[in-house]
Design a protein around this ligand. Sequence first.
Ligand code: ADP
Ligand code: MG
Length: 694
Amino acid sequence: MKNVTELFGSMVFNDKIMREKLPKDIYKSLKKSISLGTHLELDVANSVANAMKEWAVEKGVTHFTHWFQPMTGMTAEKHDSFISVADGGKVIMEFSGKALVRGEPDASSFPSGGLRATFEARGYTVWDTTSYAFIKDGTLCIPTAFCSYSGEALDKKTPLLRSMEAIDRQALRILRLFGNKEAKRVVANVGPEQEYFLVDKAMFQKRPDLVYTGRTLFGARPPKGQEMDDHYFGAIKPRVAAFMKDLDEELWKLGVYAKTKHNEVAPAQHEMAPIFSTTNIATDHNQLTMELMKSIADKHDLACLLHEKPFAGVNGSGKHNNWSLSADNFGNLLEPGETPFENAQFLLFLVAVIKAVDEYQDLLRLSVASAGNDHRLGANEAPPAIVSIFLGEELNEILAAIESGSAYDNREKHEMEIGVTSLPHFTKDTTDRNRTSPFAFTGNKFEFRMLGSAFSVAGPNIVLNTAVAEILKQFADELEKARDFTQALNLLVKKTITDHKRIIFNGNNYADEWVVEAAKRGLSNLKTTVEALPKFTQPKNIALFTQHNVFTESEIHSRYEILMENYCKTLHIESHTMVDLVKSEIIPACITYQNELAKLLSLKATEYESTLEEYLLSRISKLSSCMLKKLNSLEKALLETDIERDILASAKFYREEVYGAMVELRLCVDELETLVAKKYWPLPSYAELLYSVV
Ligand code: ADP
Ligand code: MG
């Protein structure tokens, strides 16, 4: 391996390369449009495109693509070669500014939720200059936003960029109030920790359920699960280590700051965390990471499972979204400062997040809703469906002291007055002890822990950025009017704590008592995707997004439709896979084994000799008829899915009828797996899947 500093970013058209390859004036104009988000002039675009092409061609690249993030949650690309016809039957390699800046994929097959009828299929991809172009698999990839002919966002990047603008605008107003006249930009930063499973490719391919749905639809519990907790941070096995090394190198080449890797709680489960970057870059990089995890696993004869719950009874996978705000001339705004004045500013941002999370709990919840994540949230391994904030004891006491106007520090015995008293410095130790909280303050950032492993982090961060922007706006509106700033600030912080402290919970989020307590506090508990998604279109939430220009009303409706449809489609595919598997593989296996037992029985003379065969045959035949009954119920439910319903009714039907029938069918099949001889059982077992990679 080349040395890491040389390797890092070697496939990225980054600032260093731009400075080297671009004429000075062009470089300056490009930098200006990147930092101010302004339009690129055509001559600048032409010059940049040409330099990009030359850099790429030197590395053996022949094609380019506009790389975008349609609402499928994945990335999309359509490759064009650089070739252009030249005289004498020859070709030249060409890449114009126009082709760099804007593309026109025929996008009629991407979900648009009714935003774009197929007859006006044109969609545009537009270069996001804040995210560098890179080379992946021999193709120059241009990160782009994707919108319709009429300018509506058809992707996840556009609203994310808009939400970053919203929070920048409002946070700057707050900084000005604290006398910071020089700050030019406030950005939201994200460090997503990514969990995943690695299983042997040959085993994976023998499981149609994994291949088609990403999770096992059947599978009896293995004799050894995660009860010993011996996998967590355990020594990394050679095949996994080789995969991780390759992954790191490929990610580094693409400029992704892959930093931490370790084994997770479940057998075969692992985690990768990068160093944080801006929300936009972190989102692009997380998409790339997920893609590379899959392709690199394949090269190592492994399969990478990103599904939230690949195995029942074994921990599922999530993604922790570490989030903070920073100003260009200040640093982290969620870092408790050195002086009372800095701490006043910190407290204001802190209570803004508290209020935002309380007022928009439903949006945060629905931003992590999916059929896959429904298996995790509330299932004693991931934070529950109830959104709450963990602050840690120390910070909690400080807020309580502010609210009651009483002394906080026993030694100093003075009142906690914002902007006058210093806060003690929190160490990570005192704030990061609660692993059950869905939204935890961890010293200088918040960690939103409800995300599913397969998610794009765009959605949750759009909500987070916009909700906090809204509260900062309300705060700025009020404080800008105030005659006595410190007094107004004190009142505002105090009032916010009083009004929103119900969202703070430092106890065990997995306990049943919390569910009861949360209900008393009036916190929402949206248990499933079907319950959560309809909140998207509530007037309060539409107002939030439209006022901050993050989504138009029709963009919200389209996303609601797509997410609901996606839920139904997922259950549709899962249930049909189940039916197919039972009919084509499981029933024949049961019959073959029963046949063998019956033959054996007929050969035996006395009753005494045949107890075992009889017992097995009768158990298996009883369970088989139970399986048949459950299969019939599932098929009956599936027939009814064809009935014309609106999308919500459809999703409810899938949840209540189809999913219910799937769970029951699985019970019979899993029991059968424990009885039928292994040589007849068509699917690799959980034990084989979870312990096969050494
Ligand atoms: P863990 O949560 O496993 O203890 P850390 O808290 O050290 O690990 O970091 C987890 C993730 O949080 C990493 O991706 C890290 O880069 C990111 N992170 C650290 N500081 C910040 C910050 N100020 N803003 C956003 N993300 C951050
Ligand atoms: Mg963490």
